[in-house]
Design a protein around this ligand. Structure first.
Ligand code: 6PG
Length: 241
């Protein structure tokens, strides 16, 4: 089931998303003493990350993961690691009394062996995040491509059929093309899934996502495990929201 929240514009969407993520972090830490959050890549979530740096005050028990990563060096401007570092981590207080989150980068993304990077990341997630048969993230924050992709799960890609692996290498349709991505089983196992999108360019994908599950629209497959919160601005929402 997909719960659509329509807000006025991209800034309002970023703020609504930051508040959902912040609340999930607080609830997870209160309930289990730790929060595991997978972050989205691309451009849209950058403002959300900037806002999270302002509103989350205690990062000590927060583990940040990546829903996907481009197979480039982690310091490459195109890496999602760079996105999170610049939009969130560099904005956190850099003093010993303000503990920082534990960031689980896709360490081998830039090594030229995507399959090894994916296997390595899977091993790390299985070792750190509790859950069986799949690690249970507290929240998976995901974006939405104009073609309906999410993370690096692209339309009709064989990776959509993966039912055991947590993380796989893909040749995507959006440059940089070589990527690693979390798979549907681990995304669906998350306690909360939030898809953030904005702009008229995403209106088709939003409508298709709401129309029902289809491998042609990977983001529409997220809801088969449970609820998905879709936060969209009016420009991306059906009939302007
Ligand atoms: C990536 C993302 C990808 C992204 C969508 C939307 O690494 O590219 O994980 O799934 O969320 O392509 O990207 P924009 O937010 O830039 O439109």
């Amino acid at each position: 089931m997909i719960d659509l929240t329509v807000v006025e514009d991209a800034e309002a969407a970023a703020r609504a998303c930051a508040e959902v993520v912040s609340a999930a972090i607080e609830a997870a830490c209160a309930a289990r003493g730790v929060a595991h959050v997978a972050l989205a890549g691309g451009r849209t979530p950058a403002r959300t990350y900037e806002l999270l740096a302002e509103i989350v005050t205690d990062w000590r028990d927060v583990h940040l993961w990546f829903g996907d990563e481009r197979c480039v060096p982690l310091d490459d401007p195109d890496s999602n690691d760079t996105l999170v570092r610049r939009a969130l981590l560099e904005r956190l207080p850099d003093d010993p009394v303000s503990p920082r989150p534990t960031v689980h980068a896709v360490a081998r993304a830039g090594d030229g062996d995507p399959a090894a990077a994916a296997a390595d990341y899977e091993r790390e997630m299985r070792a750190v995040v509790p859950g069986d048969p799949f690690p249970v993230l507290d929240l998976a924050l995901l974006g939405l491509g104009e073609d309906g992709h999410t993370a690096s799960l692209f339309p009709d890609d064989p990776a959509l059929g993966e039912r055991e692996r947590l993380c796989v290498a893909v040749h995507g349709r959006k440059p940089p093309f070589e990527r690693v991505t979390l798979t549907l089983p681990v995304l669906r196992a998350a306690r909360a899934i939030v898809v953030l999108t904005a702009g008229a360019g995403k209106a088709w994908a939003v409508a298709e996502m709401l129309a029902g599950p289809s491998p042609h629209v990977p983001a529409s497959l997220l809801g088969e495990g449970g609820a998905v919160e879709l936060i969209a601005d009016r420009a991306a929402a059906p009939n302007g929201g």
